[in-house]
Design a protein around this ligand. Structure first.
Ligand SMILES: [Zn+2]
Length: 277
């Protein structure tokens, strides 16, 4: 799922209650959470959300960054301990989700470093998701470098939205891969010849660093290149959607890899499963 389609769902009020925003860097994840929160709480007509000017949009700012601006229906939970987000801080934060909104038509809750939630904190969070709540919409965003940093129970209850890039991913390398991928994808779109899909998989393998079965970096670099190629290549919308879904599939690569499957076979399998018409 891409940020653009997520914003569309948020505008229409159809967004899944819990979403993981992963990939990119701290700033990218923060900006995406703020844009989604403004879209959900903005009081302008649907097509204009987020307007950036209304009394809601203007006050949805990151804590401490807003020069005293504050919105009572937008809450952020930040890591309170050196390496973790405690269950006490999480419970206090979640109490805000037991009340009706103060000013906006809904509420937005952001966990800034969801990878640092302790197992007890994650369970408190899951319990809140399962509880019945007031009739106003309530949206939770879990921010993390990778969705695979979160407990499987949290992942299974949330929609993962990949923002591209990732920690330790080199931008020049991604750019070069994306250009080669875009060319192979355009050739495939024109001819329908499966040979071009092998070229796509072969290009992904050039992300390098596949020797370590547990390494995430090559998968993140491959996924980031696919997202960029999907945006930049000249493709019809159905193929573009499938290309963006391929990026999500690639991020699950390390799970397949630890089962002993060779990277080349995983890459070819995922590319053909997702892109072959
Ligand atoms: Zn607005």
């Amino acid at each position: 799922m891409s940020l653009e389609s997520t914003l569309r769902l948020a505008r229409a009020g159809d967004l899944y209650p819990a979403c993981i925003l992963h990939g990119s860097d701290d700033t990218g994840r923060t900006e995406a959470a703020l844009e989604l929160a403004r879209t959900l709480l903005c009081d302008r007509p649907v097509a204009e959300r987020p307007c950036g000017e209304c009394k809601h949009c203007r006050r949805i700012v990151w804590p401490q960054a807003g020069g005293g601006l504050f919105h009572p229906d937008f809450q952020v939970l930040e890591r309170d301990l050196r390496t973790s987000t405690s269950v006490d801080a999480t419970r206090t934060f979640l109490r805000g989700a037991q009340v009706t909104p103060f000013e906006a038509r809904g509420q937005v809750f952001v966990v800034a470093a969801a990878e640092s939630l302790t197992p007890e904190a994650a369970n408190a969070f899951l319990k809140t998701l399962e509880e019945p709540h007031t009739s106003s919409p309530r949206n939770f965003f879990l921010l993390a470098p990778s969705q695979f940093d979160l407990l499987p129970t949290l992942r299974s209850r949330s929609l993962a939205i990949y923002l591209g890039g990732g920690e330790g991913v080199d931008e020049d390398e991604v750019g070069a891969l994306a250009r080669a991928l875009a060319a192979a994808l355009e050739s495939y779109a024109r001819s329908g010849n499966r040979m071009h899909l092998f070229a796509v998989a072969g290009t992904l393998q050039k992300a390098g660093g596949w020797q370590d079965p547990r390494a995430r970096r090559p998968w993140e670099a491959a996924a980031a290149a696919v997202v960029r190629a999907g945006r930049e290549a000249d493709l019809e919308s159905d193929l573009r959607r499938r290309v963006l879904s391929l990026a999500e599939d690639l991020l699950a690569g390390p799970d397949l890899r630890v089962r002993g499957i060779q990277p080349q076979r995983i890459l070819e399998g995922l590319v053909h499963a997702r892109l072959e018409a």
